[in-house]
Design a protein around this ligand. Structure first.
Ligand SMILES: [Zn+2]
Length: 301
């Protein structure tokens, strides 16, 4: 049932309400949100308000922003950027299409920022805009890529790479190479069970493959900006991988046992103390993992 997996629906609703100026209730819901500015280097910051973590790279070529949370926060985010860097926000990179990462696109696009994303992100946003009265003119990425794209600004090569079928089918990770930092979008929920948007092409196997690839390319001192949660590092990402692989393995055993027991076993049991308590509960995470693996099984047979 779609509602069971409907964080996406919830986020889309907030996006739609957030972009509609008559939606005072939604604006009220954001009134106490304060934007925190966390320095990584003098040119690179993480911003946290509500929704997905933002990366901000500043310098004489203009500011590059990765993800833009909700429309109701756009002015506060712009103010936060201007309090650190005097330049305008020239580029916005969407790590994926969810509303808590793309809600500010309309505001920033209208200001003249160039929005870029994987081609599937544009497709999902276009679908969503069909069912709302939001102007699509400024909300959509105008520059899309299929595998990788690089931006060469502020003496930094920003390498953006698509990772297929992980959190969604349009995920991109963003490397700030000279800063030894990477934004992983919602491939990584630091300290919490992650959401996998199976309806939008996400898969637990793809998520695991993505994390393995990233671990093979980062060092012990690399700064990791997760989609949600505090700044992180390789050791913590390794622990996240261990949690994902263990629960995936247990789920595969459960599926192959063809158990008729209607009550599912707790596949997450010993991990709950550390990873439960985010917006994806242990029960929901288990449902998502089983659904993702059953989909994969159905594709094979
Ligand atoms: Zn997401």
């Amino acid at each position: 049932m779609r509602q069971r997996y409907c964080l996406e629906f919830f986020l889309a609703s907030i996006l739609i309400l957030g972009l509609n100026h008559s939606a005072d209730a939604s604006e009220d819901g954001f009134k106490d949100v304060v934007i925190e500015k966390i320095r990584i280097t003098n040119e690179l910051y993480m911003l946290q308000g509500r929704g997905g973590n933002i990366a901000l790279l500043g310098g004489p070529d203009g500011v590059v922003m990765v993800d833009d949370q909700f429309a109701a926060l756009s002015e506060r985010l712009l103010e936060a950027s201007r309090s650190i860097f005097k330049e305008d926000i020239r580029f916005v990179i969407n790590t994926h299409h969810h509303g808590d990462h793309t809600g500010g696109n309309g505001f920033l696009g209208a200001m003249g920022s160039t929005i870029l994303s994987h081609v599937n992100v544009r497709g999902h946003l276009l679908e969503r805009l069909k069912s709302s009265d939001i102007s699509r003119r400024f909300s959509l990425p105008i520059l899309t890529f299929e595998d990788t794209i690089s931006l060469h600004v502020n003496k930094t090569t920003i390498r953006i790479k698509h990772l297929a079928s992980a959190h969604t089918d349009g995920d991109a990770i963003v490397w700030f190479q000279p800063h030894d930092a990477v934004h992983l979008g919602d491939i990584y929920f630091n300290g919490k069970y992650p959401y996998i948007d199976v309806d939008a092409g996400g898969e637990v196997e793809g998520l695991i493959a993505a994390i393995k690839l990233i671990l093979s390319q980062i060092g012990a001192s690399t700064t990791i900006i997760p989609g949600h949660g505090a700044l992180s590092n390789r050791d913590e990402l390794q622990e996240y991988l261990y949690m994902l692989e263990t629960i995936r393995n247990r789920a595969l055993i459960h599926i192959s046992s063809k158990s008729k027991d209607p009550s599912e076993p707790s596949l997450t049991r010993d991990f709950d103390a550390k990873w439960d308590g985010g917006f994806i509960s242990s029960k929901r995470f288990q449902e998502i993992v089983l659904r993702s693996l059953r989909n994969g099984h159905d594709k094979m047979f």
